[in-house]
Design a protein around this ligand. Structure first.
Ligand SMILES: O=C(O)C1=C[C@@H](OP(=O)(O)O)[C@@H](O)[C@H](O)C1
Ligand SMILES: C=C(OP(=O)(O)O)C(=O)O
Length: 438
């Protein structure tokens, strides 16, 4: 039997022989699935997640909640109509051990949940998880009444000594390195005795759509949340204590994981349809409609989904990606193939993502003959004719998909450890070759 190319260390990124024309069913959103799991676990009645994402990050989240006593049953609808997870909340228990892997959502969203458990919860993860910022969550939880043992670096590994309840109340944090600090505190806050008032005091706060996602999903399960957008003070969010409802929620496709497929239409001058693209969403990937249109494509959003069409021309772009930082690797890959230079701004915090994404993109594109320089808060990309070679991925799913985009237009690109896409999109190699009709 021929080896599965996804299992080999170097994956030959398929070169597109012509314009792609495909419909791609993109699996569920990581960010929505992991928020839904946390909220369902904190609810006062069972809930359902339909079409959840099953990937490394979401399985780690489910495993951690199960370790604290939550029941999560997996199944398939009676008509075979797709997978679901049924969440049966119970009292949260320690001792427990949580493996966060390299999932920002797990390492940030769960320490506040663990503070509500009735015993110690130990958090550990991949080596990179020790380097990712967590101080906003640790310091805030201590200020709100939690007992946490760590090594003083404001990072993993650590133990949260859950006391069965948490006071909550007002707290100030600097969330300029990750919006997930704010989301983490808000998600568990309905269960804190006094709720929470989170005040962001640092410089620019990244990824605002993800904070809006947190607020929307909290409100959808009955929480009362006051935000700057609902007439509150700038940079202040308040959550009132109260019981949360169990919901029956269908998870939207992951629009950030739709990015490489839309990029394929843009780069090859083809067409890709993504069914079930939501008409209204807080996902940052929705901004791709505008960004990839400015870069040369066009799109139509219908009841069926999003139809994205490339024109055969790819243009550079000057764009602030601070709100949608997770789109940066895919945009950088397209920009390296464009007919004019690009400047990507507002994403200094990407240096502390899965890897230092600004350094990684610069190095890998330049090693294929590109001309990318790092700025204080982003990248300058001057397109050059590229050649084949190894595209290293640094255990970063979005580096792997960025390399695949480049490989469509450049012969001989080999991607190291494409299996790292399993963090959020385990089916990537099959979806990609399927799109290309291979
Ligand atoms: O809350 C979330 O689901 C996320 C928030 C963002 O994190 P940062 O604000 O740390 O960039 C984003 O980059 C990450 O992929 C997912
Ligand atoms: C930054 C990302 O992930 P995480 O949730 O681990 O922060 C990402 O998916 O691009």
């Amino acid at each position: 039997m021929a080896p599965n190319p996804a299992d080999t260390a170097l994956w030959p990124a398929p070169h597109a022989s012509g314009a792609v024309d495909a419909t791609v069913h993109v699996p569920g959103s990581k960010s929505v699935t992991n928020r839904a799991l946390v909220l369902a676990s904190l609810a006062s009645e069972p809930g359902w997640l339909r079409r959840p994402l099953r990937s490394r990050d979401t399985l780690l989240m489910a495993g951690a909640l199960r370790a604290m006593g939550v029941g999560i049953e997996e199944g398939v609808g009676p008509d075979g109509s797709g997978e679901f997870w049924r969440v049966l909340p119970t009292g949260l228990h320690g001792p427990a051990t949580v493996d966060v892997g390299n999932a920002g959502t797990v390492m940030r969203f769960l320490p506040p949940v663990a503070a509500l458990a009735d015993g110690p919860v130990r958090f550990d993860g991949d080596p990179r998880s020790y380097e990712r910022p967590l101080h906003g969550v640790i310091d805030a939880l201590r200020a709100l009444g939690a007992r946490i043992d760590d090594d003083g670096r404001g990072a993993l590994p650590l133990t949260v000594h859950g006391g069965g309840a948490l006071d909550g109340g007002p707290v100030a944090i600097d969330a300029s390195s990750s919006s997930q600090f704010v989301s983490a505190l808000l998600l568990s806050a309905p269960r804190f005795n006094q709720g929470v008032e989170v005040r962001h005091t640092g410089s620019a706060l990244p990824s605002m759509p993800h904070i809006r996602m947190t607020v929307d999903m909290l409100r959808a399960v009955g929480a009362q949340v006051d935000t700057p957008e609902s007439g509150g003070e700038p940079n202040v969010w308040r959550v009132t204590p109260g019981a949360l409802l169990g919901r029956d929620l269908t998870i939207e496709p992951d629009l950030s994981n739709a990015q490489p497929f839309l990029a394929a239409a843009l780069v090859t001058g083809g067409k890709v349809v993504v069914p079930d693209w939501p008409a209204r969403t807080t996902q940052p990937g929705d901004r791709l409609r505008e960004i990839f249109t400015e870069m040369g494509g066009s799109c139509e959003l219908t009841e069926y989904g999003l139809e994205f069409t490339g024109s055969g021309r790819v243009h550079g772009i000057d764009v602030d990606l601070g709100e949608v930082g997770e789109l940066t690797p895919g945009i950088a890959a397209v920009a390296a193939l464009a007919d004019s230079p690009s400047t990507l701004r507002g994403v200094a915090h990407l240096r502390l993502h899965e890897t230092d994404r600004l350094a990684a993109l610069t190095k890998e594109i330049n090693e294929l003959g590109g001309d990318v320089t790092e700025t204080a808060d982003g990248l300058h990309i001057r397109p050059r004719p590229l050649h084949g070679g190894v595209f290293h991925t640094y255990e970063d799913h979005r580096m792997a998909t960025a390399g695949a985009i480049v490989g469509l237009a450049v012969d001989g690109v080999r991607i190291e450890n494409v299996a790292t896409t399993a963090k959020t999109l385990p089916d990537f190699p099959a979806l990609w070759t399927g799109m290309l009709g291979a």
